[in-house]
Design a binder for this molecule. Structure first.
Ligand SMILES: Cc1cc2nc3c(=O)[nH]c(=O)nc-3n(C[C@H](O)[C@H](O)[C@H](O)COP(=O)(O)OP(=O)(O)OC[C@H]3O[C@@H](n4cnc5c(N)ncnc54)[C@H](O)[C@@H]3O)c2cc1C
Length: 473
């Protein structure tokens, strides 16, 4: 980095997407008692989409959503905005976890993203969606060979994919680190502004569908109340309902079984100021038929994209971190070393921008990782309480599908989907501390080593692969 230039000096510790221009005062907190048919806990995508889909399935249903801070304060307002049709973390993972269901899950994923985009249209939600597809880039010649092989497999299976060799890729987006790229331009994959999506959904629920939302309202305890209803105790009130959907993802849930399914993992991002046309020229980005949304082809991958106003957001890589014993405290967003690492890696990728680009925002958010690397749905109390959590970093569109499963498990127009192993198969619980932390650290080191060794998986990763817990991107 240039000696007198600290590109993070003026970066605000706030998600870029929490733009003061669009943020509004939260809805009042619950005070006293209330009742409803369906209580949804969590004001992220899962909770918001569940309320919307439940209303569409049963228009007269009375719904309350509670959110402990404000809608979009969780991962849903902090993510990278990569909208993918994949709902189960890719084919390799599906074959390992849910043999025989690959075709059906692919079809459901495509249907889900299509319906998601149709809903945005129907309710006039401008989430800054842009159909970019997703482009994987190889960072060394060996990775380019592996990525090319993957391209051939995708092409043979009929996917709409484009291969770029080293020069071709650098014409699309110019980094001296790129050795090839595979643009998956089929489906409806693209990028969104995560918080605009949250706020758009919230607005529709409140103003068009008559859903009650209480923000600043944390669920402390939940229990059955007699044989047909549930009782939820919050900080300053209580809610009686027929059904409860837990949409709390990485956060500790009062219904403890859910917590064993997921481990919270922090993921960090930085965003540049809007790039000038001259700065964009230096890296060619946005000059060709697609404003590619990129991800490097490594285990500890970075993801990076342009926003509508031509900022680059840059996240992931080795900055991802799990902390001992759940580690969900917001203090972990204060992570100077992680942001400095991200900035260094950014300029390593785009040295042309070093010395003349600054970062405006830095932030972190919590991903819920499951041992099966995709959502974990579940149901209890004779169908009165359900949950959908654990999207493992791939939840922007998958959470809408998780919401669908959640409400179907509660009895709202159930379909054959809830009989698939994807729903019925129990997820292996994470081991307790300290074994969990030790296992994750070992895996992090092993993944980084594999990235340094041309993708060769060492003994630890091979063992995990054999047990069906091998992390694949
Ligand atoms: C940095 C980052 C980058 C990511 N990038 C991508 C990406 O590019 N593409 C992608 O597909 N996925 C991405 N993800 C994952 C994606 O954001 C999530 O899978 C998705 O947002 C999950 O939505 P959710 O509603 O289930 O969870 P959340 O958005 O976390 O919502 C859960 C909500 O529940 C509330 N809550 C918790 N406990 C209680 C309680 N007791 N009482 C009341 N409320 C409670 C929380 O405050 C929170 O608002 C990323 C995640 C992070 C953190």
């Amino acid at each position: 980095m240039h000696r007198h230039h600290d590109p993070l000096k003026d970066a605000v510790a706030r998600p870029l997407w929490h733009d003061p221009e669009i943020m509004r005062a939260p809805e009042p907190a619950l005070s006293g008692s209330a009742d409803c048919e369906l209580l949804i806990v969590g004001g992220g995508y899962t909770g918001l989409w569940a309320a919307l889909q439940a209303k569409e399935r049963k228009p007269d249903i009375d719904i309350i959503v509670i959110e402990q801070t404000f809608v979009g304060d969780g991962a849903s307002g902090r993510n990278g905005g990569f909208l993918s049709s994949s709902i189960a973390h890719g084919e390799t993972n599906i074959d390992a976890q849910f043999p025989g269901e690959a075709d059906k899950l692919e079809q459901l994923g495509e249907q889900n993203i299509k319906e998601l985009l149709e809903a945005l249209e129907r309710y006039d939600i401008d989430a800054h969606y842009e159909k970019t597809g997703v482009t994987n880039v190889a960072l060394d010649p060996e990775a380019a060979v592996r990525l090319y092989e993957e391209f051939l497999v995708r092409q043979a299976s009929g996917e709409d994919v484009v291969w770029y060799d080293k020069e071709g890729m650098r014409e699309q987006v110019n980094s001296p680190k790129f050795y090839g790229g595979c643009w998956q331009r089929g489906h409806q994959d693209g990028v969104v502004d995560p918080m605009r999506l949250c706020l758009g959904l919230k607005n529709v629920l409140l103003n068009q569908l008559g859903v009650r939302i209480f923000e600043g309202t944390r669920l402390k305890k939940v229990m059955p109340d007699g044989k047909t209803s549930m009782r939820a105790i919050c900080e300053a009130g209580e809610i009686q309902s027929e059904k409860v959907l837990m949409a709390t993802n990485a956060y500790t849930n009062p219904y403890r079984k859910i917590n064993r399914a997921i481990v919270p993992v922090w993921d960090y991002q930085i965003a540049t100021e809007p790039l000038t046309p001259q700065q964009l020229d230096l890296i060619n980005w946005g000059k060709t038929e697609s404003r590619h949304a990129l991800s490097d082809f490594t285990n500890l991958f970075h993801y990076f994209r342009l926003t509508r106003d031509n900022r680059i957001t840059w996240g992931g890589g080795g900055a991802v971190r799990s902390y001992f014993n759940r580690g969900i405290d917001i203090k972990y967003m204060d992570a100077p070393a992680r942001y400095a690492q991200l900035a260094t890696e950014f300029f390593h990728m785009f040295p042309q921008l070093e010395g003349n680009v600054k970062f405006s925002n830095k932030w972190g958010g919590i991903i819920a990782s499951s041992t099966r690397f995709c959502m974990v749905p579940g149901v209890a109390y004779d169908g009165r309480l359900a949950w959908s959590v654990g999207y493992t970093g791939h939840g922007v569109s998958a959470s809408r599908f998780g919401a669908r499963i959640g409400i179907e498990l509660l009895g709202y127009k159930p379909s054959e989907v809830i009989r698939m192993q994807f729903v019925t198969k129990n997820a292996t619980p994470w081991p307790p501390e300290p074994f969990r932390w030790i296992g994750i650290r070992l895996t992090e080191h092993a993944l980084a080593r594999a990235d340094r060794n041309g993708g060769k998986r060492g003994l630890w990763l091979k063992l995990l692969d054999m047990m069906g817990f091998g992390f694949t991107c």
